[in-house]
Design a protein around this ligand. Structure first.
Ligand code: ADP
Ligand code: MG
Length: 443
């Protein structure tokens, strides 16, 4: 062991891994009563969190951020994969081992209104984890809680007050004090300032940074506000539909994003420099359901840089967008559940909302010049739909108009010399990045 490592200090060894996540999956509703697909909230995540760093986790609502955070600290059971803390797979722990390990990692929740028990005093709330773990003597616990109140900027007399007597920011301080009580190494901060007034947000962020320095904490900082993440995080992971699309140095990733999803996400932030000519990308539609994610790349149904099959490379952008939207409509139909009335109408040969394929075609392709080699596939698809074989229609469209993005999950490609990676087929040599984005929105 080197001299440096022997020196007791809260400053951290550069690059040492605290948490290692391998192909982690957390599905909800597996083996449930209804025979529907599980919600694939986290669907194959691999990443490292370094000791002492703040790793940001960003992505649209519902993409699996909280589930990932909760699974890392075992508030949620992993469906498969590993979560290694200092080399121990904590998904395998149970009983006393699990309880003992739990001291090491804590969570601060988004909503300080609902995450604190209103029938307990502030002192009891902060002391509760100490009581549960039988930490030292009762007297030392009370003493420790008083210290914690001070550490998070509350006053000794707050010990006997109740949460409802406090403002949102102060309540979040109580939540932070509770998370710190057992002196953890790792804290998941799940949108810790999202519910707070802007003026209070900065105070809480400063507090979190001070505490990190003082106690050598490692943070997973979940947020949807990218400007907050840029300010507070060392590295950032960008999540979409249960997958990490890009992960790397925060400043670098914000300056020069490599993954089409990161590029799209960042393009939506108002530009501080009005002279910048950065293109704004509007993503079409909403993310697909995590119960029925696309085959291939998770972002393939909305990606502005999606690879086209060679055969259709020269198809006009407007027509190609119409084809992509048509595919999305068919995909939605194929997973929409038919109501009992619809099924009945269908049996009686009556019109249902599922028989409007002519209208859809007119709407999407009516004003466009559709060449025969495309028209024939639309025709074929319409035939399947008229026969109520939406699944067949969906697969047919994928076979004809799909590319590697529709069939294969991309690898993680290292895209910078700091080890940033991006999850996208465009990084393969044969699909080098296009000069410009195809604005795949309807015009
Ligand atoms: P985020 O924090 O990014 O908004 P979540 O992790 O909360 O995303 O949710 C990811 C997906 O899992 C969503 O589709 C959500 O509806 C679903 N989900 C979250 N918690 C549960 C649960 N307890 N049971 C079933 N589905 C859940
Ligand atoms: Mg969440």
């Amino acid at each position: 062991m080197s001299e440096v490592q022997q020196t007791k200090s809260v400053s951290v060894e550069e690059g040492e891994t605290l948490v290692k996540v391998n192909d982690l999956k957390t599905y909800y509703g597996e083996g449930g009563l209804i025979d529907s697909n599980p919600v694939k909230a986290v669907d194959g995540v691999s990443l490292d969190i370094k000791r002492g760093e703040t790793l940001g986790l960003v992505g649209e609502s519902g993409c699996g951020k909280s589930t990932l955070g909760r699974t890392l600290i075992q508030l949620e059971n992993a469906t498969s994969g590993e979560v290694l803390f200092d080399g121990t797979d904590v998904t395998e722990l149970s009983g006393a081992e699990l309880k003992n390990w739990r001291r090491n990692s804590q969570m601060v929740f988004q909503d300080p209104e609902s995450s604190l028990n209103d029938r307990m005093t502030v002192g009891e709330i902060i002391r509760e984890p100490l009581d549960v773990h039988d930490w030292k003597t009762p007297r030392e616990r009370r003493e420790h809680v008083r210290e914690l109140l001070d550490v998070v900027g509350l006053r000794p007399e707050h010990y006997y007050r109740y949460p409802h007597q406090f403002s949102g920011g102060q309540r979040q301080r109580i939540g932070i004090a509770r998370a710190l009580a057992l002196e953890p190494e790792f804290i998941v901060l799940d949108e810790p300032v999202s519910a707070l007034d802007v003026s209070v947000q900065a105070q809480i962020l400063n507090l979190l940074e001070d505490l990190q320095d003082e106690f050598g904490l490692t943070y997973l900082f979940i947020a949807h506000d990218l400007s907050v993440v840029r300010h507070i995080c060392d590295r950032v992971a960008v999540m979409y539909l249960g997958h990490i699309m890009e992960l790397g140095d925060a400043e670098e990733l914000f300056e020069n994003p490599k993954n089409p999803y990161t590029i799209s996400l960042l393009s939506a932030i108002p530009e501080p420099d009005p002279t910048s000519d950065r293109e704004r990308i509007t993503l079409r539609g909403t993310p697909p359901s995590p119960r029925d994610p696309p085959k291939g790349c998770p972002f393939s149904t909305r990606c502005p840089m999606k690879i086209r099959p060679e055969e259709f490379e020269d198809v006009d952008v407007d027509l190609w967008v119409a084809i992509e939207v048509f595919r999305e409509v068919v995909r939605e139909r194929s997973r929409a559940e038919r109501s009992a009335t619809d099924q009945l109408k269908e049996m009686l040969g009556m019109e249902t909302r599922f028989s409007d394929i002519g209208e859809i075609r007119q709407e999407l392709f009516g004003g466009l010049n559709v060449p025969r080699n495309i028209e024939k596939h639309i025709e074929e698809t319409a035939g399947y739909i008229e026969n109520n074989d939406d699944q067949q229609a969906r697969e047919y469209l994928r076979d004809v108009f799909g590319s590697i993005c529709d069939t294969d999950e991309p690898d993680d490609f290292v895209v910078s010399d700091t080890g940033r990676f991006s999850h996208c087929h465009r990084h393969l040599d044969e699909y080098e990045e296009p000069d410009e984005f195809t604005p795949y929105t309807m015009r």
